[in-house]
Structures are given as structure tokens and as C-alpha cells.
Design a binder for this molecule. Sequence first.
Ligand SMILES: NC(=O)c1ccc[n+]([C@@H]2O[C@H](COP(=O)([O-])OP(=O)(O)OC[C@H]3O[C@@H](n4cnc5c(N)ncnc54)[C@H](OP(=O)(O)O)[C@@H]3O)[C@@H](O)[C@H]2O)c1
Length: 278
Amino acid sequence: MNKWLQHGKTALITGGSSGIGYAIAEECVRRGMNVIILARRIELLKEAKKKLEEPAGRSSSATVKIVSADVSSIHSIRIAEEDVRRNITSIDLLVNCAGVVKPALLEDFSDSDMNNQIQINLLGMMNVTRQFLKYIPAGGAIINFSSALGLFGMAGYTAYSASKFGIIGFSDALRRELLCRKISVHVVCPADVDTPQFKQEHEDMPDWMKTESRPDAISPAVVAQKVLRAAQHGKFYILTNGSVKFLVIMLRFLPGLTKVLLDGMFPRPKAVSSDEQG
Ligand SMILES: NC(=O)c1ccc[n+]([C@@H]2O[C@H](COP(=O)([O-])OP(=O)(O)OC[C@H]3O[C@@H](n4cnc5c(N)ncnc54)[C@H](OP(=O)(O)O)[C@@H]3O)[C@@H](O)[C@H]2O)c1
């Protein structure tokens, strides 16, 4: 078992002010780890720090540091590094959890909505990893957040899926690159986790994507526990939802049939009639 999830070790968690990233920060603090959470909004970071420092969940010696930075800007991440290195000499666990989603048809995206999903989710992860890799010692770990939509695509998620498929490729190559340095790399593919992002995503959905019943979402705390446990056991792909595990097995062994089933299951935009097209 790996030694990065221990009292006195340090974790840097991007997106640690909210949702899954915050739940991972809570787990780390509970185990007596020092935690650095990085996100853009300073007020949310301050609130998260206050909650993480509440005595109930906290091991006495754990420290919580906040860093306001935008992962999509290498300039911002370089400034963040200067700030972080004043306090720490090593990062035993890097969790790349910062991410955004904006469902829409490809042709309906604003430039910023389309570009942000690639720049924050994929390039942001690469910026942070590249900048902080030198602080990760042998025996350390990197956990990257992809999505179930990094394993199969859904209409309305072209930009998001492209970023999340990209994260799996990035993580796979990085894993091999870091074998000789004994740093483990893991990639998480969750679906439907009950977070502010999940709620916002459902509000932003165009009508054709909305289904009668909203899918059951699992809690970020459960995801955090599953992810840390699986990474400790050395799993590369971490699938947190049973339905996704089932689909992955189906896609592997019955790819043709599963593709047809998914075409029928997932919401699709309605065909436009020739009258409507003008
Ligand atoms: N929730 C789900 O159902 C689900 C499913 C599959 C995958 N995921 C993935 O899991 C990860 C966490 O999602 P979540 O649901 O926990 O989201 P969340 O509650 O919205 O949290 C997202 C975090 O990322 C930070 N962030 C966003 N853009 C950033 C940027 N440019 N620079 C730095 N920080 C940034 C946010 O803070 P600021 O906005 O203040 O920067 C926030 O701390 C994401 O990568 C998401 O794609 C989630």
C-alpha cells in the first residue's frame, strides 16, 4: 500500500473549494494531512478553509492553505507555485479536480463556453501537473478527474467529452512517463455526483436534454472515500458508479450492441423537418 495518504503528508487539490475536491480535502484533513486547496473564487476558498479547520473533522496538526489561481492560465499557476513553495518542500498527493461543464449543441456554444471546457479541464490539468511535478517525491501520487463522459460521448457534451477523453490519454501517457520516478497516476471517471456543478449543469441543459426523472446522484463524500481507497490500492481507472462499471464491461465485450443501446438510452436533439429548415 502507498504511503502518501498519511498524517504529516501534503496534498495539493485543485477545485478543493467545492464538491468532490472539497470532500477529498476533508478526507485528507481527517487523516492529519496538510492540505493546499486551489481554485479561483477567494470567498469560496475562505469558507472551505474555515470548515476544514473546524475541530470536529480535523487532526490537530493538519494545516489548510488556500491559493486563488486559474488553472487555465499558466501565468496564474506560476504565481501560485511561488506562493506554495514558501510553505512546502514536497507535495505527496496532487489531485487535479478543477473542472467545468456547459451542456449545449456544438453549433450553439459561445466561443468562451466551448474553449473554457478544454482550457480549464484539459490544459488546466496539464498546466498544474507540469508546474508542480518537481515537488512530488518517489512514492507520491497524482489523481486526475475525468468523467464517465471521458469513456463514452453523449449529445450535448462535445467539448466536455473531448476534454475528459483527453484527460484519460494524458493520464495514461503520464503514468508511463512517471513509472521510473515511482510516482503513481490514477484517473477517475465518475458520473452524477451531487455537487454544485451537477445542479448547475441540470439548470443549464437545453430542454431536449432534460429527462422526466433526474438521475440518482451519489454524495461527494462517498466518491472521495472510494477514490482514495482505489488509488491507494494502485488502480489506474477508478470508476465510482456501478452503472458506469457495467457500461464499460458492455462496451468492451459487446461494443456494437452497446452502441445501439446507448443511442436509444441517451437524450438526443429532435430531427429538424425540411419545413423548419426553410
Ligand atoms: N459532479 C459530477 O456529477 C461529476 C461527474 C463527472 C466528473 N466530474 C468532475 O469532477 C470534478 C469536480 O466536479 P464537482 O462536481 O465537484 O464541481 P464543483 O462543485 O463545481 O467544483 C469545481 C471546482 O473547480 C474549481 N474551478 C473551476 N474552474 C477553475 C479554474 N479555471 N481554475 C481553478 N479552479 C477552478 C471551482 O472553484 P472556482 O469556480 O472558484 O474556480 C471549484 O472549486 C470536475 O473535474 C468535474 O468535471 C463531476
